[in-house]
Unconditional design. Structure first.
Length: 106
């Protein structure tokens, strides 16, 4: 058991859309990713929580208004809702989801 420095991990990420698993607690995993550009549209069979660590990004939601997240803000994408994160400038997000959640959806 040791502490995890989110700033250190974010500095070591190899590039956008390559999440790193930080911790597992109960039935959830915390992942950190650098976002830059447009991620493909996808959906999950479970909820997905996004927490903006730094920068700004938006979550485009199929059939709904996009949600813009700034540092310290979070949003839960409900299961089954097609979505994609989009970051015009580099940003970092923490995602809390099930360990089996596939990055590109179900």
């Amino acid at each position: 058991m040791s502490t995890i420095s989110i700033p250190d991990v974010s500095a070591e990420l190899p590039g956008p859309w390559q999440p790193r698993e930080l911790a597992v607690a109960n039935d959830a995993v915390v992942r950190l990713a650098r976002l830059h550009g447009e991620f493909p549209w996808h959906h999950h069979d479970e909820d997905e929580l996004f927490l903006c660590w730094d920068g700004t990004f938006r979550l485009e939601l199929r059939g709904r208004d996009a949600v813009t997240l700034r540092r310290g803000e979070l949003f839960v994408v409900p299961r089954g809702l097609e979505h994609r994160p989009v970051a015009d400038e580099p940003a970092h997000a923490l995602m809390i989801e099930r360990p089996e959640t596939e990055q590109y959806g179900n």
